[in-house]
Write a protein that binds this ligand. Structure first.
Ligand code: 5RP
Length: 213
């Protein structure tokens, strides 16, 4: 068990609990840190309505623990979105998508009134880019997108034996020093065939909870 991930999750529950009502919908991210959060969320499932999930894996876990999961299309308001990250810089820009779920994660985060990011200390960085930046691409566009990424100065690598929940592939970009996350997020998403990339600079968390061991 990772105490820091668990502690971040417990702190997130303490933070969101006073805001929650019987009608509240909680947005839920994906990953090993969020798995701890889901376990903690299940302990207070009687005080809110349900969740919108960012991945099939999180949906399964939520449902197994008795939390109702709603389709984003059927929900008008998400009180708060809680998710992990692979890197967090001092301005709260993120790299996400280590689990390949960043496209749906960004949609649910954007649709939520507040975004709370839960991480352990190892995720805090000065400049983003040491963690390979994931880009979800339509399979038929993969080679073209890869060539465009090389023009931007990155080294794209196909994530082997992996398809996203949407049936697409992931190119992980190595060798990037990301001085301007917002600009790179936009430029990557302008390449036809890119669904979304793992930079969360346009849609940043309002709060970052760093769990201590
Ligand atoms: C999944 C993600 C995760 O939030 C990110 O990879 C962090 O995961 P973990 O909590 O397992 O370190 O973006 O797409």
């Amino acid at each position: 068990m990772s105490n820091s991930k668990l502690n971040a999750s417990i702190e997130a529950i303490e933070y969101i609990k006073p805001k929650i009502t019987q009608d509240s919908i909680v947005g839920v991210g994906t990953g090993s840190t969020v798995n701890y959060f889901i376990e903690e969320l299940a302990k207070i499932k009687h005080i809110f309505k349900g969740a919108v999930s960012s991945s099939e894996a999180s949906t399964k876990l939520l449902e197994n623990l008795g939390i109702d999961v709603f389709e984003l299309n059927d929900i008008n308001e998400i009180l708060v979105y809680v998710d992990g990250a692979d890197e967090v810089d001092v301005s709260y820009n993120l790299i996400k998508g280590g689990g390949g779920a960043h496209t749906r994660e960004k949609i649910v985060a954007s649709a939520s009134s507040e975004f709370v990011c839960i991480v352990d200390e190892s995720k805090l960085v000065g400049t983003l880019g040491n963690f390979p930046l994931p880009v979800e691409v339509m399979i038929k566009s993969r080679s073209y997108v890869a060539r465009e990424i090389v023009k931007l100065g990155g080294l794209p690598e196909l994530r082997k034996d992996f398809l996203t929940d949407q049936g697409n592939q992931i190119l992980d970009i190595k060798d990037l020093i990301i001085e301007n996350p917002l600009d790179l997020e936009r430029r990557l998403n302008l390449i036809p065939g890119v669904l979304d990339n793992g930079l969360f600079a346009n849609c940043k968390p309002q709060k970052v909870i760093v769990g201590k061991d």
